[in-house]
Design a protein around this ligand. Structure first.
Ligand SMILES: Cc1cc2nc3c(=O)[nH]c(=O)nc-3n(C[C@H](O)[C@H](O)[C@H](O)COP(=O)(O)OP(=O)(O)OC[C@H]3O[C@@H](n4cnc5c(N)ncnc54)[C@H](O)[C@@H]3O)c2cc1C
Length: 417
């Protein structure tokens, strides 16, 4: 993402700063090598940490044999390894939800999921995203910046369902200006892989006349589902809910007292930091301590440019719950740093309880929104009011001043707008 952003910046934005290039080009193989190196380094780092902390790493597919036993079919084919344990934590994650009308074959590179989209051998001329959610838009942005014409087919009447509507409408406009085409309220009813690419049949979600789109690559990004099949859950008596998730209590314990579960295979947002918080809390409970995850303070970020970041309730959620709220917004077009950087698309939006002024939700579209949201997460975690943030000194000139001014807009008014 960062590599494609740098290329895009060089070709579109540098000239605004008086920096001129001739013949800017990129080497996709080298970009991919950089990505692979980063992944290798980071995952290798975790393997090192396991070793350093005396954690045995058994490489294989584990299944529950009993409440205190896991059998592991070893990856190297050398048989089965049995592990007996006082406690077991299931953390098997999730997998892409399949779409019968667009079967994924990552090897062919024509109909791919996010894994395939991270390893395309060349930039597709035309790319169709099936699903306008976080992963699709992030991957689509990468290939769009490198030159692909990206079309998003989305079943609903909006992108990024579940996120703040006002912000996602603004986001869609921005993506449109970057070259994205949106086909909302449409669904993919068939795909046909040809020698040259894929023919994608779409029709209105409510039914109607079909149309065929040509694509070089189709990215199926219709969501993910918990990975809970073939784990031996039945054998030990752990049920899954209608979404295939493992239900746990507040201490992350399943119905079998010795077995815990955390992360994507459980209810809640499918995010790495949510899984991490749950993992720590579950271990604290196992160790006889108290653990806690505040689900109102889990940030979500879309790593496009500009970034989208949010924490807490959306305006729609507050309306639905009948909460009396106040709202403050501040556009980056009025923020000195964003203007000087020529990168001023977006805004900070803050929602607070109308009676107590306690912050209930923060939604940001803008450069570095993913870093800026940390301040909001901390505020929500500590029960801050918008006035607390508005009266906190923020360095000038920084993007985070927009954050302060949005807070001021909640309880009074911003200075610079
Ligand atoms: C393309 C993409 C981009 C994403 N971007 C972000 C992001 O920017 N930020 C973010 O917070 N989240 C992101 N996510 C989501 C994030 O990756 C997940 O929420 C997170 O990894 C969940 O952690 P987990 O521990 O529950 O599962 P995982 O990280 O999926 O780990 C589960 C592991 O268990 C292994 N496993 C499964 N079954 C067995 C078995 N029976 N025996 C042994 N091992 C098994 C799997 O191979 C896997 O390694 C992204 C996901 C995708 C697909």
């Amino acid at each position: 993402m960062h590599s494609s952003h740098m290329y895009h910046d060089a070709t579109t934005n540098f000239k605004k700063h008086g920096i001129k290039f001739d013949n800017v080009s990129f080497d996709l193989k080298k970009m991919m090598k950089g990505k692979d190196k980063a992944v290798r380094g980071l995952t290798g780092g975790i393997e090192f940490l396991l070793k350093k902390n005396n954690v045995d790493y058994i490489k294989g597919f584990g299944t529950l044999e009993s409440p205190n036993q896991v059998n592991v079919a070893l990856n190297d084919g050398s048989g089965t390894h049995t592990v007996n344990a006082k406690n077991i934590i299931i953390a098997t994650g999730s997998e892409p939800s399949p779409l019968p009308t667009a079967p994924v074959d990552n090897d062919s590179g024509k109909i791919v999921d996010s894994t395939g989209a991270l390893s395309l051998k060349e930039v597709p001329e035309k790319m169709v995203l099936v699903g306008g959610g976080v992963i699709g838009l992030e991957m689509g942005s990468v290939w769009s910046r490198l030159g692909a014409k990206v079309t998003v087919v989305e079943f609903l009447d909006r992108i990024c369902p579940g996120m703040d509507l006002e912000l996602t409408k603004m986001f869609q406009k921005t993506l449109k200006s970057q070259g994205f085409e949106f086909r909302l309220e449409q669904k993919v009813t068939a795909t046909e892989v040809t020698d040259n690419g894929v023919k994608v049949t779409v029709e209105p979600s409510a039914g109607g006349e079909a149309e065929v789109l040509d694509a070089d690559v189709v990215l199926v990004s219709t969501g993910r589902r918990p990975f809970t099949d073939n784990l031996g859950l039945d054998k030990v008596g752990i049920p899954t809910n209608k979404f295939g998730q493992i239900e746990v209590d507040e201490s992350f314990r399943t119905v079998v007292p010795s077995v815990y579960a955390i992360g994507d295979c459980c209810p809640g947002p499918m995010l790495a930091h949510k899984a991490e918080e749950e993992g720590i809390a579950a271990v604290e409970y196992i160790a006889g301590m108290k653990g806690h995850v505040n689900y109102d303070a889990i940030p979500g970020v879309i790593y496009t440019h500009p970034e989208i970041a949010s924490v807490g309730k959306t305006e729609e959620e507050l309306k639905d719950a009948g909460v009396n709220y106040k709202k403050g917004t501040f556009p980056f077009s009025a923020n000195s740093r964003a203007r000087a950087n020529e990168d001023a698309d977006g805004m900070v939006k803050m929602l607070a309880d109308a009676d107590t002024d306690q912050i209930l939700g923060i939604h940001i579209m803008g450069p570095n929104a993913g870093e800026m949201i940390a301040e909001g997460v901390l505020g929500i975690e500590y029960g801050a009011s918008s006035e607390d943030i508005g009266r906190t000194c923020h360095a000038h000139p920084t993007l985070s001043e927009a954050f302060k001014e949005a807070a001021m807009a909640v309880y009074d008014k911003p200075i610079h707008f």
